[in-house]
Design a protein around this ligand. Structure first.
Ligand code: C2E
Ligand code: MG
Ligand code: MG
Ligand code: MG
Length: 277
């Protein structure tokens, strides 16, 4: 009886889990074919420099173009990419696209940088450094205009490897951001010891900051800590003017969020965007 219950709880044999396995299988097939037929598309979300009121960077956010011409959000396929060992393939594909775009901008005198998400399995590939150098060579990108975003928990799972790789990024002139900061197993030791340039405070602290005093307290202390350690702060999830004002008053350097601009396909992107006061 007990075993039967466990069996059910594992979801091995009921219809809903069979159909969810089937959905997963379909998503994996779709992701594989998208990787092969170049149907991963980058959207770009501006990051506003509050000191200059200009777009200093754009974050590259991947979308999967499905058979019906719809864009699928990364939340729908990153888990499957991870389970299937496809994250490095996906990350390299995104890095290459981003670098090609940066090269085009550089060629037309546009100094806006690009911020690229990378995951732990990619960082941990033995030839990661070589692949990055190859891609820079292949695309002609200027690494000085690139930020690599690493999720704090990913980085921390392998501190030694991470330290070495992050230093390599420094050597080629790229910058590093800790993404989704504050929701992982944050230890100040990591922030102190890893050569990170930017702390990107997770949007869960920002979206309701104008109505939650506790979020204000937490963000203020994250900002102060980052600044004391010589790191700049990017906040994501700024959805309205009230939230913008609060983080601006705290001395945050960069903001990203729907209030500034949603992620856009390249054709719709306006790099001359700024905020009116
Ligand atoms: P992230 O790196 O933290 O990216 C920010 C996410 O917040 C994006 O979701 C963006 O669309 C969303 N966002 C931006 N501003 C706002 C706002 O004001 N309000 C709200 N509610 N959301 C906002 P998206 O594009 O769905 O990406 C989700 C996550 O998927 C990303 O989180 C990142 O972890 C991952 N991801 C996206 N693109 C890539 C990629 O090319 N490679 C890898 N490895 N991961 C990626
Ligand atoms: Mg990110
Ligand atoms: Mg983030
Ligand atoms: Mg996130």
């Amino acid at each position: 009886k007990f075993r039967g219950h466990l069996f059910y709880a594992d979801g091995e044999d009921d219809d809903s889990s069979r159909s969810s396995r089937h959905k997963k299988y379909q998503m994996k097939e779709q992701l594989l074919s998208a990787l092969n037929d170049n149907r991963l598309v980058l959207f770009y979300q501006p990051i506003l420099d509050l000191n200059t009121n200009t777009i200093s960077h754009c974050e590259c956010l991947v979308r999967l173009l499905d058979n019906e011409g719809q864009f699928i959000a990364p939340a729908k396929f990153l888990g499957i990419a991870s389970e299937s060992g496809l994250l490095p393939k996906l990350d390299y594909s995104v890095i290459e696209k981003a670098m090609r775009q940066q090269y085009l901008w550089e060629e037309s005198g546009i100094t806006t940088g690009l911020s690229i998400n990378i995951t732990a399995p990619t960082l941990e590939q033995a030839d990661f450094k070589e692949r990055i150098e190859e891609l820079i060579h292949l695309t002609g990108a200027n690494p000085h205009r690139l930020i690599f975003e690493i999720v704090e928990t990913d980085a921390i799972s392998n501190l030694h490897v991470t330290h070495d790789l992050l230093n390599h990024f420094k050597d080629i002139g790229a910058k590093i951001a800790f993404d989704d900061f504050g929701i992982g197993f944050t230890s100040f030791e990591y922030v102190r010891d890893l050569p990170v340039d930017y702390i990107k405070i997770d949007q869960s602290f920002i979206r309701f900051i104008h109505e939650r005093e506790q979020d204000q307290v937490l963000v203020k202390s994250m900002v102060e800590m980052s600044h004391s350690l010589g790191k700049k702060v990017i906040v994501e999830g700024v959805e309205n003017k009230a939230a913008l004002k609060i983080v601006k008053d705290m001395g945050v350097e960069y903001v990203q969020g729907y209030y500034v601009c949603r992620p856009m396909p390249i054709s719709a992107l306006d790099l001359s965007l700024h905020l009116r006061h």
